[in-house]
Design a protein. Structure first.
Length: 244
């Protein structure tokens, strides 16, 4: 597989025109990162090919959630210009990642033991929560269940609480972004309560399976469950149409 990473950690999306005055900053998880496909098959690359007037910067990372996107955005906020664009890749399953739900850590622990043969690396994951004023707070949780003092044995937060936290992360990005913010919703349900909690500053791009009149969600289940080239092409068409 051909996977190229730029010196700044972004995935290569092709060579943008040096004269391009506008940037597109893409954030998200492994779906948005293009795990399982070659460089020239990611929707970020296809967007770059279609829009030579833009410079596409792909910041997604496998295993990330909206909490990490929030942190990445804040690190870049001072270089983002008003005529740029910010794209937040989102799938419903990111809600449990955003709050480091115990069920998510148990799932990761089991996956590593059965697929890799050892426990996860002892990383600390950023956990988003809301304080009494509704402001976002970031703390850290050890992802290894055998090292986090029984955290994995706890119950998950109520689903509505997780939805509120995810929505507030997105709303805060849109509120503080110099550039317009697009939510690229590519996996889940149109009935996700997160969507009803977003402000008008978040411009929604619905790219779910039901938004297409053809089968577009390809993968190699058992080898790599991430969506393949057909999916990335379909997602790129939705995104290109919206940005136009």
């Amino acid at each position: 597989m051909n996977v190229s990473v730029n010196p700044d950690g972004t995935r290569w999306t092709g060579d943008c025109d040096p004269k391009a005055a506008r940037n597109v900053y893409i954030f998200g998880d492994s779906f948005a990162a293009g795990s399982g496909v070659n460089d020239e098959q990611t929707f970020a690359f296809l967007l770059q090919v279609a829009r030579r007037d833009l410079c596409v910067k792909a910041h997604p990372v496998g295993g990330y959630g909206t909490t990490q996107s929030f942190m990445q955005f804040n690190n870049l906020r001072n270089v983002i210009k008003s005529d740029d664009m910010v794209v937040l890749g989102y799938a419903d399953f990111l809600d449990v990642r955003n709050v480091v739900a115990p069920s998510r850590l148990r799932e990761v622990d089991t996956w590593h033991k059965h697929r890799i043969g050892h426990r996860p690396d002892p990383w600390k994951l950023p956990k988003a929560s809301l304080d009494e004023r509704g402001e976002i707070q970031i703390t850290y949780v050890q992802q290894r269940c055998d090292e986090n003092d029984g955290y994995c044995d706890q119950s998950d937060p109520p689903k509505m609480d997780m939805s509120r936290i995810t929505a507030e992360l997105m709303n805060k990005i849109a509120q503080t972004s110099p550039a317009p913010v697009y939510l690229l919703h590519y996996s889940g349900s149109k009935d996700n309560p997160v969507l009803g909690l977003l402000t008008s500053l978040v411009r929604r791009v619905s790219a779910l399976d039901t938004d297409f009149d053809y089968l577009m969600h390809d993968d190699i289940e058992g080898f790599d469950p991430h969506p393949g080239p057909y999916w990335h092409y379909a997602i790129s068409r939705k995104l290109i149409a919206q940005l136009e």
